[in-house]
Ligand binder design. Sequence first.
Ligand code: PMP
Length: 404
Amino acid sequence: MLNSESIRKDFPMLSLRREDGKPLIYLDNAATTLKPRQVIDAVVRYYERYTANVHRGLYRLSQEVTTLYENSRETIAKFIGADPSEVIFTKNATEGVNIVAYGLDWNPGDEVITTVMEHHSNLVPWQIVRDKFKVKLKFLDITDDGYLDVENFTSLLSKRTKLLALNYVSNVVGTINPVEKLVKLAHEREILVLVDAAQSTPHIPIDVKKLGCDFLVFSGHKMLGPTGIGVLYVSKDASNVLQPAFGGGEMISKVDLVKPEWNDMPWRFEPGTPNVAGAMGLAAAVEYLEKIGMDNVRKHEVQLTDLALIRLGDLESVTIYGPKRAEDRGGLIAFNVKNINSHDVALFLDELENIAVRSGLHCAEPLHRRLGVQSSVRASFYIYNTIEEVNLLCNTLEKISKLL
Ligand code: PMP
């Protein structure tokens, strides 16, 4: 296990107490994570010491902050095994998907394959593309135990398949999808692949070159970073097929009244003043995670998830969705308690023990339909969560199910 005690000291939110003295048991990390002091300090440092715009001024301060901004990009690129020119700063994962959706050159009859286990962020943009450009949208199903139905992938392919867009780790069933294998199958047919890594970059080691994907997106706020900053990775090869969908300052190298010439990668996809404080905060988050080691982050979460799967699995009134083995999932578990609405379960956990979990559809409505449920409760873990917190969650759920 990680040394949670020393890690927890870095997170100001964890020292807060409710009026009744109960500490915050934060188990909603798939929605957003808490921020360590190091990240908060990096953001404050920009505003207190380095406020100036980037890439614009010749004065010393502007040069300094430009260097810090580009150093942040380098830190993040190294973290995912990319070249800095392949790392585009976005607002969040959602924006990254949209930049790809609007930047590819669509022809009527082109086809996109996605899956029934996507977050709306990796579904709705493709529905818009479908309706706007007369593109066909196809869905890879899941098996009843929550794995992608990979066997049926090739049956969805056609000569017109242009893109496969799928998540690496589901934010509901938690399944870790065989992305590398699917990228190989897609690339054999010159199909582009976009990976939604919003639930994987924070939790498991990521190497974009090993995955082989063309595009990959994630959000800073789910990995200890600030809100309002995310990343779109675009491989060097794929950058030739992606056009900027949004124009403005910084993304051009030359403009006359007739037409602009695009700037180099990655600035071509960063129109306007970027979130400089956010980039510096995200780099601090990455440095924090690297110090712990992503293998250790993963091990810690597997241990917590394994315990939760065993303990919740013992409760007759609890139904868990997704793979039974902790090794096959990210550090999150969606479940329902028999005869109790998911929102009521969340409210009881909050009321009784100050436990924060998510309830509802988790922005994955079609997946809940596929699972045949109205909604679910989701507990999701991170580096500062402990065995004691997981036990408290399970004990309280047991109490709730007996009480009602
Ligand atoms: N994809 C997945 C799998 C997610 O879990 C989320 C966030 N819940 C997103 C995309 C969207 O992230 P954001 O709202 O930060 O853009």
